[in-house]
Design a protein around this ligand. Structure first.
Ligand code: CMP
Length: 228
């Protein structure tokens, strides 16, 4: 199905791409629904184009036999699958739907034809790759320099940036159902240890649970824990 550009521009902006450019680019896209839990692609698959997330949420994963590393969680508007487009290598990670989602696919040939005529697209893609590299650096530094509560605080604040809703009195509801297993896979720790940190935070009123979502009650305390 081809995307109606009106529908796209009303719902999501493509990761910082200027609106007119996004509306033009979307004309070469095809959308498809993705069921919760389904993989859009696996690490090692050929890179045949890039995607944008229109609705839902996705997990970027590195899978191993005995577990998985969650590299990122993507919210609507996110662009992904751009790395293999540019370096010509296979997909660097798997991307799996965290819940029922809808994605737009941009075929490699069409993207390059469009971007060669509109080089601003490359500038924005570079900005996206740069942002990811910075986030990876921050995660790497946290792994080395912070004890577990700091790493969990960093992950919780990243999620709040993506899915946070201000619910007044300095509180932020993280409007994304995140399991302790996912948090553990984000920070590279055992689930039991992450669970212990979260229970302490609940007891000390740094976070609470509201209808199955985490709510940040004391952002300053989490920021202090996450500071390097
Ligand atoms: P690609 O390698 O084509 O396929 C996997 C995609 O996951 C990759 O492009 C990026 O879009 C995305 N990705 C890989 N690593 C990260 C990361 N550290 N943070 C966010 N997204 C990533």
């Amino acid at each position: 199905m081809h995307v109606n550009p009106q529908v796209l521009s009303n719902s999501v902006a493509l990761d910082g791409l200027p609106e007119e450019l996004g509306a033009e680019l979307i004309k070469v896209a095809r959308t498809r629904p993705v069921k919760a839990g389904a993989a859009i692609f696996e690490a090692g698959d050929p890179g045949d184009g890039f995607y944008a997330l229109l609705e839902g949420s996705l997990r970027v994963l590195l899978r191993a036999e005995d577990g998985e590393q969650v590299l990122a969680i993507l919210s609507p508007g996110a662009i992904f699958g751009e790395l293999s487009l540019f370096d010509g290598q296979p997909r660097s990670a798997a991307v799996v739907a965290a819940k029922a989602s809808r994605v737009a696919f941009f075929d490699k040939g069409a993207v390059f034809r469009f971007a060669d005529e509109n080089p601003l697209v490359y500038r924005h893609m570079l900005a996206i790759v740069g942002k990811r590299l910075r986030a990876s650096n921050a995660t790497l530094a946290a792994r080395t320099l912070l004890p577990l509560p700091g790493r969990v605080a960093q992950a919780m604040l990243q999620l709040a940036e993506l899915f946070g809703k201000d619910v007044g009195q300095g509180r932020t509801l993280v409007h994304h159902k995140i399991s302790q297993a996912d948090l553990a896979a984000m920070v590279g720790a055992a689930r039991e240890n992450v669970s212990r940190v979260l229970n302490e935070w609940k007891r000390d009123e740094l976070v609470s649970r509201v209808s199955g979502y985490y709510c940040i009650e004391d952002r300053q305390a989490l920021e202090a824990l996450a500071a390097i």
